[in-house]
Design a protein around this ligand. Structure first.
Ligand SMILES: [Fe+2]
Length: 211
């Protein structure tokens, strides 16, 4: 257990997910077009889905098992873990149904709006739930080694998409967060981030239909 786990990445990811949930809500609330044609090709939707997958997979594979082991004799806390896992599954299911709806011309716009509302509400509620209930437990029972392993798996999940997901993750983050997050990058990746990845991300119009 440790009081000094560095939660920079967790908070940066949660903030980025909240930021993009707001974009998604705005796109689907517009009255000047069909959100299906936007979401079908919008880079923002693709990046949101990929980041959700990365983050939730790393939590499901590494963080929740570490917590479950540490909390084996605390049934109330184990119930929280079950709730968080169920929230992950529900979010993944809504994302899947939205993608199916985007390819179905018969799917009503109202129903699509209900689905995206449900995703935004479900995701933001889940992030708050995790921050309020799980982060204190993580601080209390997760070791530095387990936390480092979570960070490694999270980074590995980004894999070949790191060049897109890292600038996405750090969009709007504080200077301190950016410095902390980039400190662990090998020098070639750091240089690529500064001179290629970040400029390429900045040039994206994420929440418009691709031309
Ligand atoms: Fe999280």
């Amino acid at each position: 257990m440790s009081d000094t786990l560095d939660m920079t990445m967790m908070h940066a990811m949660h903030n980025a997910l909240r930021r993009e949930a707001e974009h998604l809500a705005r796109v689907t609330a517009r009255f000047d077009g069909d959100p299906r044609s936007t979401l079908c090709t919008a880079v923002g939707w693709d990046l949101l889905k990929k980041s959700l997958h990365v983050h939730h997979t790393a939590e499901d594979q590494v963080l929740w098992p570490a917590l479950r082991q540490a909390l084996a004799n605390r049934p109330e806390d184990l119930t929280l873990l079950e709730a968080l896992e169920a929230e992950h599954a529900a979010i993944a299911q809504v994302v899947e149904v939205i993608d199916l709806a985007l390819t179905d011309p018969e799917f009503g716009l109202d129903r699509l709006g209900d689905l995206t509302d449900s995703l935004v509400t479900g995701l933001t509620g889940h992030l708050t739930h995790e921050e309020d209930k799980a982060l204190p437990l993580i601080h209390a029972v997760v070791s530095q080694e387990q936390w480092a392993r979570f960070g490694e798996v999270h980074g590995r999940q980004m894999g070949s998409e790191a060049h897109r997901l890292l600038p996405w993750l750090l969009d709007g983050a504080s200077g301190q967060t950016i410095t902390t997050m980039l400190a662990s990058l090998p020098e070639p990746a750091y240089q690529a981030y500064r001179h290629q990845w970040q400029p390429a991300y900045t040039s994206l119009d994420r929440w418009s239909a691709a031309p």
